[in-house]
Write a protein that binds this ligand. Structure first.
Ligand code: SAH
Length: 209
């Protein structure tokens, strides 16, 4: 009961933050965020807050997940690549709005946990990979959309290469000493960049664990 009330509050908060895409709002209503965090934290599942998960990482703030998803402009026929599976919550959100989600996580434990949770929730259109997302997807794919959920110090070149013409990538990026949500649109072989609001993300790191 309590969780439902908290969920309604969260949806209202997302609307206030500027989430006008009703498909996105209903996805936030459908996905049980409490399944992606420790039991002891479940009372905070619908607070608009980032929370700790294993391997000293975080499950992103729902408001940030929703805004980044809205900037991606999802479509049911699109293929999306996510770097930083983490808890798998953003992955679940994407799975409801895209045809197929490819997701990469550098920690074996997080990769395994996210795979298990999403199998329990019977989500079928996700391909998981334990690897270094900075190197891109291991096969020569082109993606309509790419989302990075960890902080990039510079524009990740391999990922821009895997973006289709007209494709969009959303990521937190460092500008001087601050981080901002950034949208990169690839047009022919150029990129157009739009900077949004300030955020705090865990870093995008090379190698696997
Ligand atoms: N969207 C996730 C965010 C998790 S935090 C969620 O809401 O749960 C960011 C994640 O990116 C962490 O799990 C971290 O391990 C992962 N990460 C950082 N660098 C990476 C890389 N090079 N390749 C793949 N995953 C990476």
């Amino acid at each position: 009961m309590n969780a439902n009330i908290n969920k309604i509050h969260l949806i209202l908060e997302l609307r206030k933050l500027g989430i006008i895409n009703t498909d996105i709002l209903s996805v936030f209503e459908d996905i049980p965020r409490e399944k992606f965090i420790d039991k002891e934290l479940s009372y905070k599942a619908y607070h608009n807050r980032a929370l700790p998960i294993s391997c000293s990482q975080t499950i992103s703030q729902p408001g940030v997940v929703a805004m980044m998803t809205q900037i991606l402009e999802p479509k049911k026929n699109y293929k999306v690549l996510e770097i930083g599976t983490g808890s798998g919550y953003q992955t679940a959100v994407l799975s409801k709005l895209f045809r197929i989600v490819y997701t990469i996580e550098r920690y074996k434990l997080l990769f395994q946990n996210a795979k298990n949770v999403l199998a329990k929730l019977k989500v079928k259109n996700i391909v998981f990979y334990h690897g270094d997302g900075l190197k891109g997807w291991p096969a020569k794919f082109l993606f309509d959309r790419i989302i990075i959920t960890a902080l990039a110090k510079e524009m990740p070149k391999y990922l821009i290469d895997q973006l289709s013409d007209g494709g969009v990538m959303v990521l937190p990026l460092v500008y001087k000493s601050e981080q901002f949500i950034t949208r990169v649109t690839k047009i022919k072989n150029n990129v157009k960049i739009k900077k949004y609001w300030r955020v705090r993300f865990v870093p995008l790191l090379p190698g696997i664990k």
